[in-house]
Design a binder for this molecule. Structure first.
Ligand SMILES: C[S@@+](CC[C@H](N)C(=O)[O-])C[C@H]1O[C@@H](n2cnc3c(N)ncnc32)[C@H](O)[C@@H]1O
Length: 224
């Protein structure tokens, strides 16, 4: 595996600028709101968004709690440029009294080194792991575990087990864009097991959302 390879936000064939219009078709406001509900950021919290892409979730979380520090990490500088513009437009980038949104370039398996081991109250990630080869899914989850303080929370939103024929059919669009090898383990329901194997406790699938591109699952877990 080339550990430094990554699939860009809009998939293998489309430019990053198409990502936001496409992800809007996934009932985005619903599932991002559910993620925000589970993260429930508090003042002084450090929240790390792994694979933050164009920054929609990080910006939303900082809007929910401007006194939290939200750090977005992504390997794609082009996506981070969009995130910076989005944060500036939302007037959260450094301009919100007491609150900060920061952006760092890096892969998910490097996140503990990038933001510091044991520093995050919550690690969040959306629509990233389905784009990663299984060894990278494992490495990213291990790095997320290392990044959290003891008792910290993990919230992941991603394509999970595709339980119906309609959802399996819908998910083919994602598989075309992102490749079958990396996406099929998610569709087979591998994530809860990988999250537990990374050392997390109380792993549960708390929500599922049927979308035009397949079924999204929210997974929550704790670092003990
Ligand atoms: C589909 S986009 C999701 C972006 C954002 N999290 C969201 O919810 O809109 C996937 C993002 O994951 C990033 N990515 C892909 N492989 C990664 C890896 N191994 N570690 C961290 N980020 C990765 C890509 O650069 C891309 O920005």
């Amino acid at each position: 595996m080339d550990e430094r390879r990554f699939t860009p936000a809009a998939g293998r064939f489309a430019p990053v600028r198409l990502y936001d219009p496409v992800v809007a078709l996934t009932r985005e406001r619903l599932w991002r709101s559910l993620v925000a509900m589970h993260v429930a950021p508090r003042p002084e919290d450090v929240v790390v968004d792994v694979g933050c892409g164009t920054g929609s979730l990080a910006v939303l979380l900082n809007r929910v709690e401007p006194r939290a520090t939200v750090i977005g990490v992504d390997p794609d500088p082009e996506a981070l440029a969009v995130a910076r513009r989005k944060a500036a437009a939302a007037a959260v980038a450094g301009g919100t009294p007491g609150g900060t949104t920061e952006w760092r370039v890096g892969m998910g398996d490097e996140v503990a080194a990038i933001v510091g081991a044991g520093t995050a109250d919550t690690v969040v990630s959306s629509l990233v792991l389905h784009q990663c080869p299984v060894p990278m899914k494992r490495a990213v989850l291990a790095a997320m575990h290392e990044t959290l303080r003891p008792g910290g929370k993990l919230v992941i939103a991603d394509y999970g087990k595709q339980r119906t024929a309609a959802m399996r059919l819908a998910f083919r669009f994602v598989q075309l864009a992102d490749g079958k090898a990396d996406t099929q383990p998610n569709a087979d329901g591998v994530l809860p097991r990988l999250i537990a194997e990374a050392g997390f406790e109380n792993v549960r699938e708390s929500e599922t959302v049927a979308t035009l591109t397949g079924s999204l699952s929210l997974y929550v877990a704790r670092r003990s």
